[in-house]
Design a binder for this molecule. Sequence first.
Ligand SMILES: [Zn+2]
Length: 270
Amino acid sequence: MTDFLMRYAITPRYLTGPSKRRPRRPLDPGVRFVVVHDTGNPRSTAEQNVRYYERSRDEMSASAHLFVDDRQILECIPALTGAPEKAWHVLYNVPTDDRLFGFDANDAAIGVEYCFGDGIDADEAYRKYVWIVACICHRFALDPSRAVVGHFFLDPRRKTDPVTGLAQSRRTYEQLLRDIVTEHAACRQDVVSLPPAVIEMEGTVVATSRLNIRHGIPSRRAAVVQVVGRGSELAYVGLTREGEPVNGNPVWYRTAGADYFWSGGTSAVP
Ligand SMILES: [Zn+2]
């Protein structure tokens, strides 16, 4: 089983619908690709964009599913937090989306908007933007190296996004596509779905650096229940070779409280 690392929260902030911006219609063939946009409006935050959409929801048929800035990821049309619905983010009469993906973007793609400009931490907004696109690819089983396309690529006569927004953050479209593939691989992880086999053995080791004690499962995904400093002595009552490999080492110790710490952060008591 493969799970995806949820680095950030996705906050639903659905527009009122049916309305021009949110028709409340399903993405008929399902989610087939992702269109990356920028807002084209420097200094406007995710919050401001969604509020503007809501105020003007009956004024025009233009929308996107997600807005990302340095603070948050807002979903104003259901994509990941609810059954995916249509948004209007690419003109129907452009031909490239049909040619590449077999569908119009408005019928089969999630649209993600990057917020940029003064007052928005470009690096943090970029990290969230890369992550959310990777997350969409994972959720809908899309190949991140093929299923992501820029708005400018679909509508080159009218649009330059997200190239222009990314440029203000000192990044290129090509870099974005590469970073999405890397993030997708980094966030996908095999989940230990069965309890690991634990060999009962008692002993004590010493932490060789700051070490996290993880709740209930031998994995960095588990909550940290305690952090111990370098040199701390740690008693264990068992070990497993079926934990999450860290630097290639899957051996974790189990505590009397049935929590775990990674063996690679320890050494024998001198
Ligand atoms: Zn766009």
